[in-house]
Design a protein around this ligand. Structure first.
Ligand code: BGP
Length: 461
């Protein structure tokens, strides 16, 4: 197999603040929607998580040992501005400043997401993204981050998986509401993101900024023209809406028609549209776990609702998600489709011609810590190997992928399935309800990924 990875490829790994940090109310941190949400049954809260807040230096040293060239993490808005739009918390600035310095000291490029599902709870109480004041609060927050860290951070992502907040909000803990409301919130997020990208560019920082949606191409179930069109509709609503806005500053035409027909078209002003046009991105960060498969849908269908990020969803009259009979699944039921990764990367590149960083990709499983302190996660190695192979092929096809940050650098709390669903290269010794000793163990995937990075993707054995 020819190795197409460029010499300076950013081999990385990812986490998000509320899922990894813990210290949920320490050093002045305010509460986010993740801290106050109703948890699914038998599932850990996020109060301690992987206690990365207190193990930061130890963890970054492990990332160095792993060989990471990049670390994709998010900043908790509520550490920086505890109530979302008021006073700045110096301890929050210090924590991320130290984390960035620690990464740089170890030659690890910080790849920073400013907002990963954790809106300040106080802003949520005031109407959240439905309230236009949240746009201003977000823009101010981002500018504060740029002022403090803009000299050291080259890759910024605005919003993690905005599409999943809108389409699978119940699963990712940002709440479910009627489509009319959700797409109005979505519109405000698009405007906020555009303002932030515009500010970032105007202020002349020496870096790049982009969105970080979850992008996964969907297949039609059959070659029936109606199924093909269903897949086109699904892709427009799930994927292209978010990238068309970030890259071209426009609304996808098919999505607007769809939203009109279900009475969910957002209200937007001329000024909003001008802002969207004026603030666009430099690169595309995207998360990929698996593809989707859909068929045409009757005008009324049972279970027209949404499930979780990767299990597909239905829109009566437009599309209905189905199981793909050609794909296996993880033990948590998510389909596995490395070929779809190549297809998705090429599709994104064909549409937008911008450099891409994969900011999430990985397999959640129930890892076992053996008595001699090992974790034999061969299933994770297989998943990552197959995806790295198809990513190499996508680069060979000409898709400009400049970095890969699998989910996750270390075990953390899943969005809705607790810590029993693990993703990390590093095992954290705790369970959903027993904090044990929080000791860090290297999984088999750790030494495997180490070799992958050392060989710049040539050695996947
Ligand atoms: C993405 C999110 C992450 C993450 C991952 C795995 O949707 O950006 O925050 O958790 O999916 O999902 P889960 O934790 O539900 O297994």
């Amino acid at each position: 197999m020819t190795n197409y990875f460029p010499k300076n490829f950013l081999w990385g790994a990812a986490t998000s603040a509320y899922q990894v940090e813990g210290a949920w109310d320490e050093d002045g941190k305010g509460k986010s929607v993740q801290d106050v949400k109703i948890l699914p049954d038998n599932t850990s809260d996020f109060k301690v998580a992987a206690d990365h807040y207190h193990h930061m230096k130890e963890d970054v040293a492990l990332f160095k040992e792993l060989g990471l060239k990049a670390y994709r993490f998010s900043i908790a808005w509520t550490r920086i501005i505890p109530d979302g739009d008021g006073e700045i918390n110096p301890a929050g600035i210090k924590f991320y400043s130290d984390l960035i310095d620690e990464c740089i000291k170890h030659d690890i490029e910080p790849v920073v997401t400013v907002y990963h599902f954790d809106l300040p709870a106080i802003l949520d109480e005031k109407g959240g993204w439905g309230n236009r004041a949240t746009i201003d609060a977000f823009v101010r927050y981002c500018n504060i981050l740029f002022e403090h860290f803009g000299d050291r951070v080259t890759y910024w992502q605005t919003i993690n998986e905005q599409n999943m907040m809108v389409l699978a909000g119940a699963a990712v803990g940002t709440g479910d509401r009627p489509y009319k409301q959700l797409f109005q919130e979505n519109h405000h997020m698009l405007v906020a993101q555009a303002k932030v990208m515009k500010d970032y560019h105007e202020k002349g920082y020496n870096g790049k900024i982009g969105p970080a949606p979850n992008i996964a191409v969907a297949y039609p179930e059959t070659d029936k023209p109606e199924d093909v069109r269903a897949a086109q509709n699904f892709n427009a609503l799930r994927n292209w809406l978010f990238l068309d806005a970030a890259v071209y500053g426009v609304y996808n035409h098919q999505v607007l028609a769809m939203l009109r027909s279900i009475d969910a078209e957002p209200e937007m002003t001329e000024e909003d549209l001008a802002i969207m046009k004026a603030g666009t991105c430099d690169f595309i960060a995207f998360n990929y776990y698996n593809s989707g498969t859909v068929k045409a849908s009757a005008v009324t269908i049972e279970n027209a609702g949404k499930t979780d990020q990767q299990s597909g969803f239905n829109l009566a009259g437009y599309f209905q998600s189905v199981k793909n009979e050609h794909l296996g699944t993880t033990e948590f039921g998510w389909e596995i489709d490395p070929e779809g990764f190549r297809t998705t990367a090429n599709e994104i590149y064909s549409r937008y011609h911008l450099p891409m960083i994969v900011t999430e990709n990985g397999l959640g499983g129930r890892d076992e810590l053996t008595e001699d302190g090992k974790i034999h996660d061969t299933y994770r190695i297989e998943y990552l190997r197959d995806h790295i192979r198809t990513m190499n092929e996508a680069i060979g096809d000409g898709a400009e992928i400049i970095g890969y940050c699998p989910w996750s650098a270390m075990d953390l709390i899943s969005t809705h399935e607790g810590i029993r669903k693990r993703y990390g290269f590093i095992y954290i010794n705790r369970s959903d309800f027993d904090m044990k000793d929080m000791k860090r163990y290297k999984k088999d995937s750790f030494s495997w990924y180490q070799k992958v990075i050392e060989s710049n993707g040539a050695d996947l054995t």
